[in-house]
Design a protein around this ligand. Structure first.
Ligand SMILES: Cc1ncc(COP(=O)(O)O)c(C=O)c1O
Length: 433
């Protein structure tokens, strides 16, 4: 389901016209759909229903506390990777018994907070970290439920090198061959309840095959640990489920992945193992858009360059990962329909500008949202939507070039609410005075 649609040539989020939101709240602007968030969470729940995992939304994908609260109120747990995300989770009203804590470099303070709060699970990524956690658990006289994030030496060929986390060259996880030894060392530990495994291969992952292969390796590892007398009652199989950035992604990606995963996990479910899934983008990416305004249209040596008032400081994915986001004016002819089909519509119309670079105002050559993109003719002052910006957009945004970050708006039906105000110039220096 997607609530961003064109009606009579105007882009809407639910019942609100996007251009109206820009007039009210200014540009650039993030616009999120409450219905999309809730429906996408529900889709994940339905997809994995046979194994009923604890769904821990990945905070890093979209960390506005109001959006987290929305998901928490719908029953979601949260996956955090820092003390700051843990703080956000608490501010959002999350129950610590539904929080999982991952991350390769947790500090003493971060582990200490997680232990004090009794989060459901801490996934460690090295033996060093496990020893540090043990010391903290002993200090607090607690037995801490702990998992080991494994590095299965497995890479999905379609995942960008910078976001693939399961390969042997990656910094993440413990090489699977070392895992049984760690279980042996901490098997009957008084302060560490080592009873979980965690695997996250990176993202986005568009095929189910790599999940299946990873889970087979995990399964063998679990059996090995169990044969040594280790007790494993929890498996966290991570996130990474692809969002529909455009029509090249089949509509049933999530259901194909979940069908294959639930089939692989059925024997463990029968053994009483409990599961955790950590989806981020599949819930948040298509629940938000970034809207920007055309500042200038300039002629380069051999192409047209459209300069927006939003740049890589707000959305870094295109330059960091070569990510494609559909980019389109918020007003387009008399078009009715889904935003993902709008590019095809333009080909029929034939009035496209070709070879357009869509860039931002930041002083970096890498500051672009798209290169050589086909766009309909646009004018100065026109508003442009950058779709699928609910994930890894605002959560990765910075004030680089001393540009205040945009406001975030949440839409439900015909209502809109500011869920993060626009930053001001005084915010830029607030911590420096
Ligand atoms: C440990 C872990 N879990 C879950 C996720 C969520 O990934 P995605 O947003 O692609 O679902 C990430 C993303 O980096 C991650 O590192």
């Amino acid at each position: 389901m997607d609530t961003f649609r064109y009606r009579a040539g105007k882009l809407y989020c639910d019942d609100l016209e996007i251009d109206g939101l820009i007039s009210q709240f200014g540009s650039p602007l993030f616009v999120y759909s409450q219905n999309n968030f809730v429906e996408n969470l529900e889709a994940v729940r339905t997809a994995f229903q046979p194994i009923a995992p604890m769904i821990c939304f990945s905070v890093k994908s979209c960390s506005n506390v109001n959006l987290l609260r929305l998901l928490v109120e719908q029953g979601a747990g949260l996956d955090v990777v820092s003390g700051g995300e843990l703080y956000r989770a608490l501010q959002a009203g999350a129950d610590p018994s539904k929080i999982v804590f991952a991350g390769v470099g947790k500090s003493v303070e971060e582990l200490e907070s997680a232990v004090e709060l009794d989060v459901f699970l801490i996934n460690v990524e090295s033996e060093d970290e496990l020893r540090r956690l043990r010391g903290i658990a002993e200090k607090h006289q607690k037995r801490v439920k702990t998992g080991i994030r494994i590095n299965p030496d497995l890479v999905d060929s379609t995942t960008h090198a910078k976001t693939a986390t399961g390969g042997r060259a990656s910094k993440f996880g413990v090489p699977s061959i070392h895992v049984p030894v760690m279980f042996e060392k901490f098997r009957n530990d008084r302060y560490i309840n080592l009873s979980a495994l965690h695997v996250h291969l990176g993202s986005p992952i568009s095929t189910e095959t790599v999940y299946v292969e990873a889970l087979r390796r995990v399964y063998n590892l679990i059996r090995e640990v169990q044969s040594m007398g280790g007790r494993l009652d929890t498996l966290d199989f991570g996130g990474g489920f692809a969002a529909h950035y455009d029509r090249s992604m089949p509509a049933d990606t999530l259901s194909r992945a979940s069908t294959a995963i639930t089939r692989e996990l059925e024997p463990l479910r029968r053994d009483g193992v409990r599961f955790i899934v950590e989806p981020g983008r599949v819930i948040s990416a298509n629940s938000g858009i970034l809207v920007a305004t055309v500042e200038y249209i300039k002629r380069g040596w051999d192409k047209t360059i459209v300069v927006l008032d939003a740049g890589m400081n707000i959305l870094i994915r295109p330059t960091l990962y070569g990510a494609k986001h559909i980019i389109w004016p918020t007003c387009f002819q008399n078009y009715y329909g889904h935003w993902q089909d709008v590019e095809n519509e333009n080909q029929r119309d034939g009035s496209a500008l070709s070879g357009v670079d869509v860039v931002g105002p930041i002083c970096e050559t890498g500051d672009y949202f798209a290169l050589n993109r086909v766009l309909p003719s646009v004018k100065q002052g026109q508003h442009i939507a950058v779709f699928s910006c609910g994930a890894y957009a605002m959560s990765m945004a910075s004030q680089y070039n001393s540009r205040p970050r945009p406001a975030e708006i949440l839409v439900t039906g015909s209502k809109s609410a500011v869920i993060r105000r626009r930053e001001s110039y005084s915010d830029l220096v607030a911590l420096e005075l």
